[in-house]
Design a protein around this ligand. Structure first.
Ligand code: PLP
Length: 460
């Protein structure tokens, strides 16, 4: 027997944090007091928190040491130098603007490049990215392949861009109206679906042919590289690092939320190929984020990013991480829970609309399932359905997306497979009495981004 035959986590757990154990009665009381909004539950009342995989992973002993080693100098911090060296070594980008998190990098880049009326084609832009584009009166043009829309269809790279759709946009739009094309790896809004290396190469040649810049949103670039290695036959013999080099080669730069694949609690950066663009971005960096060698981060945080970037691209780590999410999805399927397939790298999406057909979309089936998961197991997921889709800004009518989903995001290096079994068992119990579950109605909501704060009551 070797690790190769039975891949296990390539680390030991040396520091733990207790879970406060709650009873079902306590949870019924808590969720009622929180008006059935999962965002309002205090973390101490949640046993298994699957709200997000962002900034919730466990840091390593070397990262912890980095917090102490941090050089907290305002200017010229050695910790920045260390982070810069790691980024250049892994991605090939020479110029780096540190930012407080991913959206900070988006703010700096978009302030520099996006003008009113510009088009930014890409594979389903992440919501903060889209918001930053629309805030500048630009348009995020979604050119993802059509296969991505079918939840029952298997495709190994559902994050791929449709090269014909992309070329059409590039052909029909004057070059100066397309500041850049954006590839998000993996495609978060599409369910953590990867983009193939051949597809990335195809996008690169189109960008070159039409003289348009290419950027990446690299939040989960390492998970994407793992999928390329394991699903794209011709690149099987390349190492994760070689695949990453290939992905970023000949592109102009990337925004990074370090809270994802750099496995830190907070931080991000904008990595750039060319000095000229770096100089232009630097102006906004100082304005919004901080001086060029800290950008809203402590020296300790930059040390943990430098270290976390290397840990996040380790093949055995990625195999354990993506393997855990995949095994968890199998456990859910085994107890009859309908999920979206293929499962993505960082989360499992439960098809609540399909599981609870008695609850119509305007009674928020995915929210109802989220409430049931909390009451049953102290598990917190997040609704990706009608509540999140919010109202049309003009008609004020509710928007109903194609699918009503409950997302269960898996933090990195945080839970054991035993926790995953517990979650599956909780869902099995919910499944057994699912006909009894009732829908919800909203009793109060904010004018925008209602999902964070709205209040619900159970439909009698
Ligand atoms: C999380 C995320 C962001 C935004 O990063 P923050 O660190 O949350 O600001 C941008 N793009 C993708 C794909 C993400 O997953």
């Amino acid at each position: 027997m070797t690790q190769e035959h039975y891949p296990f986590e390539p680390y030991l757990i040396s520091v733990t944090r207790p879970i406060a154990i709650t009873s079902r009665e306590e949870r019924e009381q808590t969720i009622k007091e929180c008006h059935y909004n999962l965002f309002k539950i205090p973390s101490q009342k949640v046993m298994i928190d699957l709200l997000t995989d962002s900034g919730t992973g466990a840091i390593s002993n070397k990262q912890l040491a980095g917090i102490i080693l941090g050089d907290e100098s305002y200017a010229g911090s050695r910790s920045f130098e260390k982070m810069l060296a790691a980024i250049e070594d892994i991605t090939g980008f020479k110029y780096v603007i540190p930012t407080h998190q991913g959206r900070g990098a988006e703010n700096v880049l978009h302030s520099t490049l996006i003008k009113e009326g510009n088009l930014i084609p890409g594979n389903t832009h992440f919501d903060t990215t889209k918001a930053h584009i629309e805030f500048r009166k630009g348009v995020a043009v979604d050119v993802t392949i059509d296969e991505a829309k079918d939840p029952s269809l298997y495709h190994p790279f559902k994050g791929n861009l449709d090269l014909e759709k992309l070329e059409k946009v590039l052909k029909e739009t004057p070059k100066e109206n397309i500041p850049f094309v954006l590839i998000t790896v993996t495609c978060n809004s599409g369910g953590g679906q990867p983009v193939s290396l051949d597809n990335i190469k195809g996008v690169k040649s189109l960008c070159k042919a039409y003289g348009v810049k290419l950027f990446f949103d690299m939040a989960r670039y390492a998970e994407n590289a793992y999928y390329i290695k394991t699903r794209e036959e011709k690149y099987r013999n390349l190492s994760i690092r070689e695949i990453i080099q290939e992905m970023f080669k000949d592109s102009d730069g990337a925004t990074m939320s370090a809270k994802k694949d750099a496995i830190v609690a907070m931080g991000g950066f904008l990595a750039l190929r060319h000095e000229e663009l770096y100089q232009r971005c630097a102006v906004y960096s100082i304005l919004f984020e901080g001086y060029l060698t800290y950008g809203g981060m402590t020296g300790g945080t930059m040390e943990t990013i430098a270290q976390g970037l290397y840990e996040g691209i380790d093949y055995h780590y990625l195999e354990a991480r993506i393997g855990q999410v995949a095994r968890f999805s199998e456990l859910l399927k085994a107890v009859g829970i309908p999920i979206i397939e293929p499962v993505g790298g960082h989360a499992v999406y439960v098809n609540a609309g399909k599981m609870l057909p008695q609850i119509p979309p305007d009674q928020y089936p995915a929210q109802a399932l989220g409430v049931a998961a909390y009451i049953e197991g102290g598990i917190r997921g997040v609704e990706i359905g009608t509540v999140l889709a919010d109202r049309d800004p003009i008609t004020r009518q509710e928007r109903h997306p194609n699918l009503e989903l409950l997302r269960l995001a898996i933090p990195r290096r945080t839970f054991t497979d035993n926790h995953m079994s517990y979650i599956a068992q909780s869902f099995k119990k919910i499944h057994a009495t699912k006909e009894e579950l009732k829908g919800l109605r909203i009793t109060w909501e904010a004018p925008i981004l209602r999902h964070f704060t709205c209040e619900f009551a159970i439909v009698k």
